[in-house]
Ligand binder design. Structure first.
Ligand code: DHK
Length: 145
């Protein structure tokens, strides 16, 4: 398997930086991508994507089975609703790290449960976009072990 990490971002994360900055911070999605590229360094390649469409995320996870050594995913609102994304991740045999910028456990009750957490090998919440950097480091560690 190539040394490649797929970073998936779910709905509304394309508007990071302008979207409720008091919750999600001032960094834009391109800023997050840059931080992830710095974090992966020379280790391997980074494939950074965002979609507002559940089915597109499902298709990308399916395709990653043959192309990527690990997935870092912020499923955004689909965390709380999507059995389809969970099912796709259950077919992905390599490592999965779930990240949430905000602390979903301290917010509205409907955000407390994440389907993706049933599958994730590691979960990071409430660390802002720094959680993505931590997630990349964790994935490199999981893939190497
Ligand atoms: C992002 C979203 O868009 C929300 O729907 C989730 C997550 C939380 C985050 O904290 O990154 O509830």
């Amino acid at each position: 398997m190539p040394k490649s990490i797929l970073v998936l971002n779910g709905p509304n994360l394309n508007l990071l930086g302008t979207r409720q900055p008091e919750i999600y911070g001032a960094d834009t999605l391109p800023d997050v991508e840059r931080k992830c590229r710095d974090a992966i360094g020379e280790w391997g390649t980074l494939d950074f994507r965002q979609s507002n469409y559940e089915g597109e995320l499902v298709t990308w996870i399916q395709e990653a089975r043959d192309t990527h050594a690990g997935i870092l995913i912020n499923p955004a609102a689909y965390s709380h609703t999507s059995v389809a994304i969970l099912d796709a991740l259950n077919m992905f045999e390599a490592s999965v790290v779930e990240v949430h910028i905000s602390d979903i456990h301290q917010r509205e009750e409907f955000r407390h449960f994440s389907y993706v957490s049933q599958r994730a090998d590691h979960i990071i919440v409430g660390k802002g976009v720094a959680g993505y950097v931590e997630g990349i480091h964790k994935l490199i560690q999981l893939i190497g072990s």
